[in-house]
Design a protein around this ligand. Structure first.
Ligand SMILES: [Mn+2]
Length: 331
């Protein structure tokens, strides 16, 4: 086995200098023409689908910045995935008509179709959760004519009818099912919890999807049985993975648009995600994560918040404050 040399140590140290050079996701090569790419990391800096909080558009830039410090080798799996497949940053999905959500969705769909047609498996970093629906439409047009399975991490079922005048962040999974993009018999949601607008809020999801796994279900059953159930539901067909960061407890990821207490721990999430590896024949895994930059460097943000004497009593307000602090801390 090759020894870890001084040159290796120097290269590793350079990788930690996340502030050095031009930031791409995980410091991967920038390939805006989709060439020489197996997995394409894509920013979707869009928040026009959320009628409540609208800072999600800052997510991709923040993730690029912090992910530039990530090392490449996987301690547990004993692989370097970047030596196994060509992972590139394809840039941000164009959004020339960003002020109109329906037209923005059309533009995302057309561009993602080209990504799929180029043979690339996209991993998209949002953005609000409305971006999933146009990506699913693109997947069907370009490569997956049959409805896809779905593993959906979220505290919300996102299966409401369109409201606020358009298709939006809370509607994607109902729309996707009605459009025949998703196979509801192969759709499972996990992390669902929290207070409800009405007792009927989740009825549609429970009636249509194979399984809606609440936090209470996970606590009661444990990670391993839940993993087995998800694997059984998904089977070996092509499956889309969509991860809303608010699936995670606000103690870890507070700066989300709609924080809900009693969420998944990071350890549970890692166990679940790693539990999907191998054996299931997954041909398509593309997290359309709704990431907000403020989930990185949380300690810094907390310090900034304290220094400014901000009112931290109201959790939602606090989250937005942190997001703003991250975005605008140069001052
Ligand atoms: Mn959510």
């Amino acid at each position: 086995m090759r020894a870890f040399s001084e040159a290796d140590a120097n290269a590793a140290a350079a990788m930690l200098q996340h502030w050095y050079g031009i930031a791409t996701f995980l410091r991967c090569p920038f390939q805006p023409d989709f060439k020489d790419t197996d997995i394409g990391l894509i920013g979707v800096p869009y928040s026009g689908g959320n009628n409540i909080e609208r800072m999600q558009y800052l997510g991709p830039r923040a993730v690029r910045n912090r992910s530039a410090a990530y090392h490449k080798a996987h301690r547990q799996f004993r692989i370097n995935p970047f030596e196994l497949v060509r992972v590139c940053d394809l840039g941000d999905a164009p959004m020339p008509r960003v002020l109109n959500p329906d037209l923005a969705a059309e533009d995302f769909e057309a561009w993602f179709q080209k990504v799929f047609e180029a043979g690339v498996t996209p991993v998209s970093i949002g953005g609000d959760h409305s971006i999933t629906w146009p990506i699913l439409r693109a997947a069907r047009k370009a490569r997956f004519p049959a409805p896809l399975g779905m593993i959906h991490f979220d505290s919300h079922t996102d299966a409401a009818p369109a409201f606020a005048g358009t298709r939006n962040h809370a509607a994607g999974f109902l729309l996707g099912t009605e459009d025949g993009l998703l196979d509801p018999r192969r759709t499972v949601q996990i992390g669902i919890r929290g207070h409800m607008a009405s007792l009927e809020l989740d009825d549609w999801a429970k009636a249509n999807f194979a399984r809606v796994i609440t936090t209470e279900d996970l606590v009661e059953q444990g990670v391993e049985p839940v993993l087995r159930e998800i694997r059984r539901i998904i089977g070996d067909g092509p499956t889309y993975l969509s991860f809303d960061l608010d699936a995670i407890d606000p103690a870890y990821a507070p700066a989300v648009a709609n924080p809900e207490v009693n969420g998944l721990t990071v350890r549970e999430v890692v166990q679940l995600l790693q539990g999907f590896r191998g054996g299931g024949g997954y041909r398509l895994l593309l997290p359309a994560a709704r990431q907000r930059g403020a989930n990185h460097r949380l300690d810094d943000q907390l310090d900034d918040g304290r220094a400014r004497g901000l009112d931290r009593r109201f959790q939602g307000q606090e989250s937005m404050t942190r997001a703003r602090l991250l975005a605008f801390t140069p001052n």
